[in-house]
Design a protein around this ligand. Structure first.
Ligand SMILES: NC(=O)c1ccc[n+]([C@@H]2O[C@H](COP(=O)([O-])OP(=O)(O)OC[C@H]3O[C@@H](n4cnc5c(N)ncnc54)[C@H](O)[C@@H]3O)[C@@H](O)[C@H]2O)c1
Length: 245
């Protein structure tokens, strides 16, 4: 039996560690040829080598999502393979500052990586997806793009922007059979939240824990696959019930 992503080419940003690395392993284990881009080059090279040792097709390449030149290099890698089927705009940074103390530099940096990086990724991917008859773009937002988060003004703005622009992109790209969705994880155990105050969002999470990265990868695999062929312009909340209250 063939695997869901046999013959498919996938790009994942922020793929050196955390959720991105887990998505790479999941999609490659279902047959995909995966490019992971990140700014943590040593970590990324090691991660990709580890997955190749498991006979998975995973390549690491430097990709700062705020750089148009880096996006061009990533698309050149896809051009060599003649296609791009799935783009996961997963790279992101957390930034803590309340409204009245936020700086222009902090705001701009957070928006640049989380929001502008997602925009540049979609712009880079569309021509090749169009040329090969479609694709799936998954943009990683957060529960804090839906709900407010005390002390995280720039982060919440950037994640809200991701949800909103995913919907507009879905409308604009539907005629090209390119689906665009966002996901809104709740707390996930990754290096991003290892310095969070005790418990983080866990006390407000009905399931009483953070997600394991693999539990987010299952949702990514669904949205990336033809199982989600009629799913576009939506946000999939994966939060252990956090937003249900
Ligand atoms: N961990 C959580 O609880 C949580 C919850 C909701 C949403 N998210 C989102 O999930 C995504 C993945 O985060 P994670 O939890 O795996 O954390 P992480 O910090 O382990 O991973 C984020 C990755 O993005 C990379 N990155 C940062 N700036 C970049 C840039 N300019 N270009 C390319 N890569 C860059 C980092 O180097 C890192 O490898 C992020 O968008 C994050 O905002 C995380």
């Amino acid at each position: 039996m063939s695997a869901r992503f046999d013959g498919k080419v996938v790009v994942i940003t922020g793929g050196s560690r955390g959720q991105g690395a887990s998505h790479a392993e999941r999609l490659a284990s279902e047959g995909a040829d995966v490019l992971c881009g990140d700014v943590l080059d040593e970590v990324g090279e090691e991660m990709a080598a580890g997955l190749r040792a498991k006979n998975l097709r995973v390549t690491y390449q430097h990709l700062d999502v705020t750089s148009s030149d880096d996006w061009a290099t990533a698309m050149a890698w896809c051009d060599e393979r003649g296609r791009l089927d799935v783009l996961v705009n997963n790279a992101g940074i957390i930034h803590v500052n309340p409204l009245t103390e936020e700086t222009l530099a902090g705001w701009n940096q957070t928006m640049a990586v989380n929001a502008t990086g997602t925009l540049l990724g979609m712009q880079a991917a569309v021509p090749l997806m169009r040329a090969t008859g479609g694709g799936s773009i998954i943009n990683v937002a957060s529960i804090f793009g839906v709900a407010g988060a005390d002390g995280y003004i720039a982060y919440t703005a950037s994640k809200g922007a991701i949800i909103a622009m995913s919907k507009t992109a879905a409308l604009e790209l539907a005629k090209d059979k390119i689906r665009v969705n966002s996901i809104c994880p709740g707390g996930v155990s990754t290096p991003m939240n290892e310095n969070e105050p005790e418990g983080g969002v866990v006390p407000q999470t009905p399931l009483g824990r953070r997600a394991h990265v693999s539990e987010i990868s299952g949702a990514i695999a669904f949205l990336a696959s033809d199982d989600a062929v009629f799913v576009t312009g939506t946000e999939l909340i994966i939060d252990g019930g956090f937003l249900a209250k």
